[in-house]
Design a protein around this ligand. Structure first.
Ligand code: HEM
Ligand SMILES: *[C@@H]1O[C@H](CO)[C@@H](O)[C@H](O)[C@H]1NC(C)=O
Ligand SMILES: *[C@@H]1O[C@H](CO)[C@@H](O)[C@H](O)[C@H]1NC(C)=O
Length: 515
């Protein structure tokens, strides 16, 4: 190369870098001016900071990365995080893998993120990345227009009556009851059975064919069912690992295999669904009457015919609906087995109202004490204890700034706002000085709004709330009618096991005595 060419290349590079640096500086200045304006207009102040005192924490948020990792291993993430709120305030700041984080348990702030300023936030990009390989572009992993489409597709299927089909519940519940020892002596893990029950009912509802895990039959078909259920469980956990390890994550080989098992299994039903679509388009009335029962898949294929999209939407609803309902049941029965007073009251309500009969949908809705027990269980052991949203623009939260936390705070574009329902549900100023106690009677007067949020709120509120409460309520009523007594066979306290949701690490080990 001639010296001339080298020099001009060199100056070109320098020029380019200067322009970049100039643009960066310009952008910084503009952003700062705009932020200063927001701060002034709203009277924003800074919240207390959790880890910006130490330089490691300041630069990279490693303090939080380390503590979260070890606390989860010690099964103390819920308790310890609640303590952090007590120490640093109801709203405070921190960093996690260099991303600015705001932590809050102020109902006003949560309402702002989820409803009032819904448009300023999206799901954390980390969560979307981690779950995409398993869940594709389903409702759980998308925002904006994609999310709207998914929501419009799924939501109508949950407002109709068929959604919680009591006959289907009864059928699978009977299989579950068959699996419970009736000698009044042998210990059974109810949590495990609840997980079987909810995958059997959810697959029946979604695919039109149950996994029938509770049938415990030995046939090629049931082995395929069990294989799917196991692969589904493992791939859920792997997605969570991905989320936790962030960019350090490397997918193990079995993850790919598991995803293939899941996709092949569901894919079979998607093919049947697409055949249903063809039949339906040709002769709607005949097709509906021949198929009778309500199946979620049949509704989805009426609007979309891309097999991958159909599969993704179904897997997303399976993820949202299965473990959650099982865990509500597991947690609630963990408490019932330790609280003879609650058990007695529940039995009384059930027998007085139903006199041994199966409840109808209406009757189920009117069992006040049962509902209070479910509410109280979801308050103290919310199935989804942690959640978060990422700001996609500079925005403001009404509380958390200044020494008393009474001033608004600035949330910068790209920062993540974490809200912790578990700790919010235990605030004495919201629920009284006995907020830590399991007392269903408090629901005689409580009418909470944003401070009680087991199913989230705003435009992304849980779609399956009614379905879940119906399934959990129906299951509980039928078990209460069938068994006179439930006793705990586990001395250990409730010990958190955090996946996407928080269940008890040791399950729900009890002895049931038939009525
Ligand atoms: C006790 C049981 C349940 C609990 C505690 C629960 C809780 C939640 C929560 C907290 C969210 C918000 C997640 C987020 O946006 O970050 C959610 C969303 C969702 N839930 Fe549930 N859920 C339960 C059962 C169900 C069931 C049975 C179904 C369906 C059969 C279901 C379907 C959904 C769907 C589709 C979404 C996504 C909504 C959206 O993003 O627009 N859930 N649920
Ligand atoms: C992902 O990991 C972060 C950090 O551990 C956590 O705060 C968040 O709740 C996780 N998200 C999900 C969906 O588990
Ligand atoms: C349970 O909680 C919901 C949500 O706050 C409330 O609307 C309902 O009235 C409560 N039911 C009972 C019986 O406490």
């Amino acid at each position: 190369m001639t010296p001339f060419v080298t020099t001009s290349l060199y100056s070109l590079v320098v020029c380019y870098l200067l322009v970049q640096a100039g643009y960066f500086a310009y952008h910084q200045i503009i952003t700062n001016i705009s932020r200063r304006r927001i701060i002034k207009a709203h009277g924003c102040q800074s919240p207390t900071s959790f880890d910006e005192q130490s330089w490691l924490g300041y630069v990279y948020g490693l303090r939080l990365v380390r503590t979260i990792g070890s606390l989860a291993k010690e099964h103390r993430l819920e308790e310890a995080t609640q303590e952090r709120y007590q120490e640093y305030g109801n709203t405070h700041r921190g960093k996690f893998f260099s991303v600015g984080q705001i932590f809050t348990i102020e109902a006003e702030n949560v309402k702002t993120i989820l409803a009032t300023k819904f448009k300023d936030y999206e799901l954390p990009s980390r969560r979307k990345r981690a779950f995409r390989s398993l869940l594709g572009k389903g409702i759980f992993c998308v925002d904006g227009a994609d999310w709207k489409h998914s929501r419009e597709l799924i939501r109508p299927n949950f407002v109709r009556d068929q959604v919680a089909d009591l006959d289907t519940f009864e059928e699978h519940l009977n299989l579950m009851i068959n699996a419970i020892p009736k000698d009044g002596k042998t210990t059974v893990d109810l949590q495990e059975l609840f997980f079987g029950l909810t995958i059997d009912t959810a697959t029946e509802f979604l695919l039109g064919q149950s996994t029938n895990v509770l049938l415990r039959k030995d046939s090629p078909e049931s082995r395929a069912n069990l294989n799917f259920a196991a692969a589904w469980h493992r791939s859920n956990l792997e997605s969570l690992n991905h989320n936790r390890s962030n960019f350090l994550y490397r997918a193990p080989k079995h993850f790919k295999d598991d995803i293939k098992i899941v996709n092949d299994y569901v894919g079979k039903y998607v093919q049947r669904g697409l055949q249903y679509r063809k039949d339906f388009l040709r002769d709607p009335e005949k097709t509906i009457s021949e198929n009778g029962r309500y199946v979620f898949m049949h509704e989805v294929v009426k609007t979309i015919d891309d097999p991958v999209r159909v599969r993704d939407e179904i897997l997303n609803v399976l993820l949202a609906g299965r473990d959650t309902t099982a865990t509500l049941l597991g947690n609630m029965w963990f408490t019932l087995a330790r609280r003879p007073d609650v058990w007695a009251k529940l039995r009384q309500e059930v027998s007085e109202t139903l006199r041994g009969q199966r409840p109808t949908f209406e009757q189920l809705k009117n069992l006040k004490y049962l509902k209070a027990v479910m509410n109280e269980s979801l308050r103290l052991s919310p199935v989804v204890p942690f959640n978060s949203r990422e700001a996609i623009t500079d925005t403001v939260l009404p509380l958390g700034g200044g020494p008393t936390g009474a001033s608004p705070i600035l949330v910068r574009k790209g920062e993540v706002v974490n809200y912790m329902v578990y700790a919010m549900h235990r605030r004495p100023d919201y629920f009284g000085p006995d907020a830590d106690e399991f007392r269903p009677e408090r629901w005689e007067h409580l009418r909470p709004t944003w401070e009680y949020l087991p199913f989230n709120g705003g435009p992304r509120v849980c779609i399956g709330q009614q379905y879940a409460l119906t399934e959990a309520g129906y299951t509980t009523v039928r078990l209460v009618q069938r068994f006179a007594k439930v006793e705990s066979r586990d001395e250990r306290p409730w010990t958190e096991c955090i996946t996407l949701i928080a269940s008890n690490l040791h399950g729900t080990k009890v002895v049931l005595t038939p009525a």
